[in-house]
Design a protein around this ligand. Structure first.
Ligand code: TYD
Length: 139
C-alpha cells in the first residue's frame, strides 16, 4: 500500500444545526485507534517547523480545529503534503511515518489525538536513523 493510502484523510460528520457546528470523534469508530492522549499546538507561526520525527509505537490523527497548517508526510520513498484547513477533516498518521508540521496560521490550533501515552523513547528524531530503521524493517 502506498504511503498516501496508509495516511487516510478523514472527513468527520458535522452534527451541527442552527445553533452552531458540532464534530464528534470517537476512538475506534471515526478514527482507527483508541485515544490515549490528546495534545494541541498553538502559538506557532509560519516560520516554525514542528514534528520532525517518526514514532515507533504511536499512531496519530491531526486536526486543525482552528486556523490552518500543513503536514509533510514522508517515509523515505514517498512524500506528500496535506493542508489541514477545516475542523471536520483530519489526517491519520500510522506508526513509523515521518512528519513535519509547518506553515501555521496565526490562529492555528492543531489538535492531535494519539494512540499511546507519551514515551520520549519511541520517538525517532534523526532522519538518517529513521531511514536505517525503515530499511531494517524491509530487509
Ligand atoms: P515535541 O515532540 O517536540 O513536539 P512536536 O512534535 O509537537 O513538535 O514536544 C515538545 C516537548 O513536549 C518535548 O520536551 C516533549 C514534550 N511532550 C510531552 O511531554 N508529552 C507529549 O505528549 C508531547 C507531544 C510532548
Amino acid at each position: 500500500m502506498s504511503l498516501k493510502d496508509k495516511c487516510t484523510i478523514l472527513e468527520f460528520n458535522d452534527l451541527g444545526d442552527e445553533r452552531g457546528k458540532l464534530v464528534v470523534i470517537e476512538g475506534n469508530e471515526s478514527i482507527p485507534f483508541e485515544i490515549k492522549r490528546v495534545f494541541y499546538i498553538y502559538g506557532s507561526d509560519n516560520e516554525v517547523i514542528r514534528g520532525q520525527h517518526a514514532n515507533r509505537e504511536s499512531e496519530f490523527v491531526l486536526i486543525n480545529v482552528a486556523g490552518t497548517s500543513k503536514v509533510r508526510i514522508a517515509d523515505g520513498n514517498e512524500e506528500f503534503i496535506v493542508e489541514l484547513n477545516k475542523p471536520m477533516m483530519g489526517v491519520y498518521i500510522p506508526k513509523m511515518v515521518w512528519k513535519d508540521m509547518y506553515d501555521f496560521s496565526y490562529d492555528s490550533v492543531l489538535l492531535v489525538l494519539a494512540s499511546t501515552h507519551y514515551d520520549g523513547k519511541e520517538y525517532i528524531r534523526d532522519f538518517d536513523e529513521y531511514l536505517r530503521e525503515m530499511n531494517e524493517k524491509v530487509n
